[in-house]
Design a protein around this ligand. Structure first.
Ligand SMILES: *Cc1c(COP(=O)(O)O)cnc(C)c1O
Length: 375
């Protein structure tokens, strides 16, 4: 090999947090002594109760992952028509709509929140429209009032893909209480993880139990199956991982906020760069997206490549747009000229590494390269 060795170890865009192993062991001992491995056992019940209390919501159904929970949420309302959604998201958002048997219809986003634009949504409504599936991208709240208004006036369900929104509060209220249902992800790469996992925040107990049932094959009791449900169950092992991590989340969110503040300070004077996340209480600093504009010495891909040279793996979330992917690009609503804001954001965005234990020295190095990308 003639390549010069990397001087620094790679820095990825995110790194999962884990509870101390010693704090996991008592949970494992309980599982081993109960021999209950799944099917709504004691770990899941405790995880649901403690997570609901932590988040400040009353009812939620914890399931195996957010993708399946999005399908369960749509199936709960029997939605098989058109669902207006954002092209600026992780592919799972649109894939879930298709897996539920419905059809995604793309609408443009707002430049500020990077969430669905209520006016663009309204322009896409047809007699077949049944729901809006909006995304709180990077944990930045959508225009929840505007979307709720459109949904109410047109009799549509409003479901949030809140995969990025763990812990986000607006005026002290949990963002995941918005809409008919909100779906969280506890994947390893998210703010909070149970290795794999997800949850649907429900408005009442009856809905929570219906979501549980849809995620357990539609089984009511030994002799009664009332609907075409699926297996969305989370194991007791995964529930235990979530339970063990939950007490560390206040510290983890504070550490993320400190990393975000250091980026904001270090990048403040850099011409052509904008930090896109709000510096306000209640945000979760899930990601640190920047916009690489015309006044910066490199274009977005140039900066992405420059960082890679130093083993810093920033990511272009969410580029390409979902509406440009082969399974969606032929939809009428995927026409590029109708999604100008989403296209512009996707072409200029770069998400910098952020996680609670990002080493300040590593972060200083990242900031230094961005401040002076060319020698
Ligand atoms: C991660 C993610 C999902 C999927 O979550 P899983 O729990 O991995 O299935 C869905 N939507 C968005 C916006 C995501 O970022």
């Amino acid at each position: 090999m003639t390549d010069s060795p990397a001087v620094d170890s790679p820095i990825y865009v995110t790194r999962p947090i884990l509870p101390p192993l010693a704090e996991v062991m008592p949970y494992l001992e309980q599982i081993w002594s109960s021999r209950i491995l799944s099917n709504g056992g004691p770990m899941l019940k405790r995880f649901e109760a403690e997570l609901a209390a932590w988040m400040g919501v009353e009812h939620l159904s914890i399931q195996c992952n957010a993708s399946i929970s999005l399908v369960v949420a749509l199936r709960h309302y029997g939605i098989t028509g058109e669902v207006i959604t954002s092209p600026f998201s992780f592919v799972a958002t649109s894939h879930a709509i298709r897996w539920a048997g419905a059809e995604p219809v793309f609408a443009d986003i707002q430049a500020g929140s990077m969430g669905l634009d209520p006016a663009a949504v309204e322009a896409r409504i047809t007699p077949r429209t049944q729901a809006i599936m909006a995304v709180h991208c990077y944990g930045i709240p959508c225009d929840t009032e505007g979307l709720a208004d459109v949904a109410r006036r047109h009799g549509l369900r409003l479901i949030y893909d809140a995969a990025h929104a763990f812990g986000v509060r607006v005026d002290g209220k949990p963002l995941v209480a918005e809409g008919d249902l909100s779906v969280l992800s506890f994947h390893a790469t998210k703010v909070f993880n149970s290795f794999e996992g997800g949850a649907i925040v429900a408005p009442d107990l009856e809905t929570k139990l219906a979501l549980d049932r849809m995620g357990n094959y539609g089984i009511v009791d030994e002799l009664t199956v009332t609907e075409t449900g699926l297996n969305a169950k989370i194991s007791e092992l995964h529930a235990a991982m979530g339970l063990a991590l939950l007490p560390h989340m206040d510290d983890a969110l504070a550490a993320r906020a400190a990393v975000a503040a250091r980026y904001r300070e270090g990048l403040a004077g850099v011409a052509g760069l904008d930090c896109l996340c709000p510096a306000r209480d209640g945000h979760n600093s899930y990601a640190f997206p920047i916009r690489v504009g015309a006044d910066y010495p490199l274009d977005r891909d140039g900066l992405y490549d420059r960082l890679r040279q130093d083993q810093i793996f920033a990511r272009r979330y969410f580029y390409p747009l979902i509406s440009d992917m082969p399974m969606y690009r032929d939809l009428a609503s995927a026409a590029p000229q109708d999604l100008p804001v989403a296209r512009d954001v996707a072409d200029h965005i770069l998400c910098l590494p952020i996680y609670p234990d990002l080493d300040p020295a590593d972060q200083a190095r990242i900031i230094g390269i961005i401040q002076r990308p060319v020698a």
